[in-house]
Design a protein around this ligand. Structure first.
Ligand code: ZN
Length: 568
């Protein structure tokens, strides 16, 4: 009789700052030891899967805790550890002996071929073939870029600025918002940069000057320091391109994407520019008709909501009654179970904050464990401010490794708007991509796909926020909620579509700005931003540059209706 091992549940270790340091050092020492022992080219691919596992066991959790741990000491310790990881990986991929073994590997399967190709690209991109002084310089630049990226994120995440508004300035805000936000001794509302504070204000506050003041503070939340950080990043990236003898950083990056060349990206942006601009102008004209004046950046959300109310009878704040946060999460797990034949079981494991929920993911038919997910739904000080999915642990069918993904959002505790429902499903699409993937190697797991493909599954998953078939099941999880009928779904779809010209215009601007900063002779970021933003329909080409707008920081972009993918 054989004793079958009960598969151990993978969970995220909740480290304190000393443990972060120790876990990092231990993992890097173990990984270095494993790399030294790689016997021959025959085993190098499987051996790398083991090394990558050791590294991810430590740095998957560290990368997450860096953005969500309530204790600043832990977040800071994670910053240090992640720089060590980045330096270690650069050294690994500059290691001649390891390179020769990968080069000599004779892959037999598609997974092996892909992994070999992927590793050879990592060697090439880390400078293994560069002359030794260039190689050394590449190491320095990589390390510095990691630090700069961390500082950029930290300046936004840790910004504790509070903005005050009189009750008069808050006219138009729903009572539930007013009841929830803190007040000072004079009864003024005191708010920060969390979405549940900011987004409803921009959507509902009637007072234009108050909206403008909040918008301006929010747009500057990256602090002026982030502009310096960004300029240094841009300069160092250009230096990488120079080390490789390619014209721009965009050339260095796109060769690893499906798109292959910057020219293809720029041609695409040119092709869609006119369509997007026309749509944006059309949307703005509709909003200007309501306002009776020019629409400014701090007006767009407000008048868009007024138009949605008039044209589609959709009131986002009212929708929170239809989409109570807890019920919506249960509903989402329900539709996911139906779609993918999985089951979610809530289990008690250590978490980094009391709000966090953990669920086992099991195959519904066989009850075989697949992986685990964590949901960290509500804002708090020092927490990552946007919505994202962290692939903390990737699958490896080869080693039997079970995946873990973490959903991080900043929702209102009571209920969601339809926009937020889309965000939830979008990010959960990334979570599912992480836990339902079944790749042979860790390197290929979940969202580790080509960067310009990674959003596709999530973009599709968003659709369930706007379908009668899925929304009809909502009442199973909230019997007291109002019924979502065919007519409401229709109006939700139309309302959600209205304003897409403005959204796409904004996304086009971000993409074009990114390409400009990654170009052959990048100018200072703010200079580029002013020029490009001014040339958009909502920009300053229609009027002199206003002081409020000149402070628009590209480092602090307004929330998109659909959030971006996680940082790792
Ligand atoms: Zn995404």
């Amino acid at each position: 009789m054989t004793i079958q091992a009960v598969p151990e549940r993978a969970s995220i270790p909740i480290l304190d700052s000393d443990e972060v340091k120790r876990a990092s050092e231990r993992a890097l020492a173990t990984a270095a030891g494993l790399l030294e022992q790689i016997p021959s080219a025959n085993h190098v691919l499987d051996a790398w899967d083991d090394v990558a596992t050791v590294i991810e066991d430590a740095f998957g959790p560290i990368s997450l805790l860096n953005s969500v741990h309530p204790d600043k000491d832990v977040r800071d310790a994670c910053d240090v550890a992640l720089v060590q990881e980045s330096s270690f990986l650069t050294e690994v991929f500059q290691n001649e002996a390891f390179y020769q073994r990968v080069l000599g590997a004779a892959p037999k399967t598609m997974a092996e071929r892909e992994l070999r190709k992927h590793l050879l690209e990592a060697f090439e991109d880390s400078g293994v073939s560069l002359a030794s002084e260039k190689r050394q310089r590449f190491r320095e630049i990589s390390e510095r870029l990691t630090e700069l990226g961390q500082e950029f994120a930290k300046n936004i995440r840790e910004n504790a600025t509070r903005v005050r508004f009189t009750l008069q300035e808050c006219e138009g805000l729903p009572q539930s918002w007013l009841d929830r936000v803190p007040r000072d001794e004079d009864g003024n509302v005191v708010v920060g940069f969390d979405y549940p504070d900011y987004v409803p204000f921009l959507m509902n506050a009637r007072d234009e000057q108050a909206r403008r003041r909040y918008w301006s503070a929010y747009s500057n939340r990256g602090t002026p320091r982030n502009l310096e950080v960004l300029d240094e990043i841009v300069t160092l990236r250009k230096e990488i391109a120079d080390l490789y003898g390619v014209p721009s950083f965009a050339h260095y990056v796109t060769k690893r994407n499906m798109v292959e060349t910057p020219e293809t990206v720029l041609r695409f942006l040119d092709d869609v520019r006119n369509v997007v601009t026309e749509a944006e102008i059309r949307d703005l004209a509709a909003l200007e008709e309501i306002k009776g004046a020019r629409i400014e950046r701090w007006d767009a959300s407000y008048y868009r909501e007024r138009l949605r109310e008039r044209r589609f009878a959709i009131d986002q704040e009212e929708l929170r009654k239809y989409f109570p946060t807890k019920g919506v999460v249960e509903w989402m797990l329900d539709i996911t179970s139906r779609l993918y034949g999985v089951r979610f079981e809530r289990e008690s494991v250590p978490v980094w904050h009391d709000d966090v929920i953990y669920l086992d993911v099991l195959d519904a038919a066989s009850a075989v464990p697949i992986g685990g997910i964590y949901l960290d739904l509500y804002p708090r000080d020092g927490k990552y401010k946007h919505a994202a999915a962290w692939p903390v642990r990737g699958v490896s069918m080869r080693s039997g490794r079970k995946p873990i993904s973490v959903l991080v959002t900043n929702f209102n505790r009571q209920g969601l708007t339809h926009d937020e429902l889309e965000t939830l499903l979008h990010e959960f699409g990334h979570v599912l991509h992480g836990v339902l993937s079944a790749t042979h190697y860790l390197e290929h797991s979940g969202t580790s796909v080509e960067r310009d493909f990674v959003e596709a599954p999530s973009q599709m998953y968003e659709e369930w926020a706007s379908r009668t078939e899925s929304l009809g099941l909502m009442r199973n999880h909230c019997s007291s909620c109002p019924v979502i009928d065919e007519s409401l779904v229709k109006r939700l779809r139309s309302a959600s579509k209205f304003g897409s010209g403005i959204d796409y215009g904004r996304q086009h601007l971000y993409a074009a700005f990114d390409m400009a900063l990654s170009g052959e002779a990048p100018a200072p970021a703010m200079e580029v931003w002013k020029r490009m933003e001014s040339a958009t329909p909502m920009g300053t080409s229609r009027a002199p540059h206003s002081p409020g707008r000149s402070s628009t920081s590209p480092a602090a972009t307004p929330p998109a209706t659909t959030a971006t993918c996680g940082p790792r």
